[in-house]
Design a protein around this ligand. Structure first.
Ligand code: FMN
Length: 192
């Protein structure tokens, strides 16, 4: 597949076929993709917990804050919830470059999942106090990002930024999810 098409397909997904679960070994495979990715000073400070058991998933779900731009929606109903999670952790004493590693890791997971017919949603809005005991978080680590994963059932489409300039995503009456992205000419500021 063309790489740009993969990137376009790798839209955030918030509704999944929960019963479909995840393929055996999918979560460790995604972490392996991160393992082979760039890292500032090659410090490879990030650590991951893979969460897929029904009990752990049910305990983790209430910790997540879904879709701030959709105030009338409180997150997916049972049956459409994620089939698994990667909980990304970093040392409490990590320097600022770990934030760049976090972004690389998050997008690597998103692209890798999409390449296998899965989909993801990254979360910076979560309650770490709920998640820490579920994953038996070591004292020297902090939870920095949660990535929900599963087989997508939500149709997601890229679209142009509307005339009013609002960058919020929205859903139409059929539940199709639209994500506005700026035009190339507006972000490529110089071509020398
Ligand atoms: C670092 C980061 C944190 C995010 N945190 C949340 C979150 O807490 N809750 C949520 O529903 N979506 C979250 N998202 C998903 C964004 O809302 C989504 O990326 C954005 O709407 C653009 O959609 P797209 O990923 O399909 O391009 C996060 C995305 C990123 C990259």
């Amino acid at each position: 597949m063309d790489f740009l098409q993969l990137v376009k397909d790798a839209r955030t997904c918030r509704r999944f076929d929960e019963a479909a679960g995840l393929p055996q070994g999918a979560l460790p495979w995604l972490v392996d993709c991160v393992r082979c990715s760039p890292s500032a000073k090659n410090q490879q400070a990030l650590r991951f917990a893979a969460v897929s058991s029904p009990e752990a998933r049910a305990a983790l779900f209430p910790a997540l804050r879904w879709a701030g731009a959709l105030p009338d929606w409180n997150g997916p109903e049972p049956g459409e919830r994620p089939a698994g999670y990667l909980v990304m952790c970093a040392p409490k004493d990590a320097g600022p470059t770990v934030r760049i590693d976090m972004g690389i890791a998050g997008q690597t997971v998103q692209l890798a999942a999409t390449s296998r017919g899965l989909a993801a949603c990254m979360f910076l809005s979560f309650d770490p106090h709920v998640i820490a005991p579920i994953i038996d978080l070591p004292d020297d680590l902090a939870i920095v990002l949660v990535i929900a994963l599963g087989k997508p059932v939500e149709i997601r489409r890229l679209t142009d930024v509307p005339a009013n300039g609002c960058l919020n995503y929205w859903r139409d009456s059929d539940g199709v999810h639209y994500v506005p992205k700026r035009a190339l000419k507006d972000i490529l500021i110089r071509e020398l």
